[in-house]
Design a protein. Sequence first.
Length: 138
Amino acid sequence: INSNTMEELIKELKEEIINKCKELKIENNVIFVEPTKDVYKYYSAFDTLLFPSLFEGLSIVLVETQCASLKCLVSDVISDQSIFTPLITKISLSDENKWINEALQTELNNKIDVSNYYFNSSFSIDKLVLILQEIYSR
């Protein structure tokens, strides 16, 4: 997919979501945030992140949200490389009912301490230093 096609797809999907919100009369309860470099500031306001990605490699968003102790419902195309806590639930994009049921089961402000998961993951600075030392010592 070239960048023009991707931009068109994103625009179409956003319009579809906006129209669905209007149809359901929930548009006043939904916030559409334009692209920002400060997305991490929003994580503490969320109870659950819905991440129905169509194409995804290593997802920095999921790494950040797990560090923020945020429950995430993600599509089953997400690489396991991005997952290091029990906060991630993978769901098939075709299983609409499971997305709905899992989203509704979110407990408000039920944050867990993820520090041990993080420090034992390949994303911790200590682990990255060891990996770099091994690479440079070759």
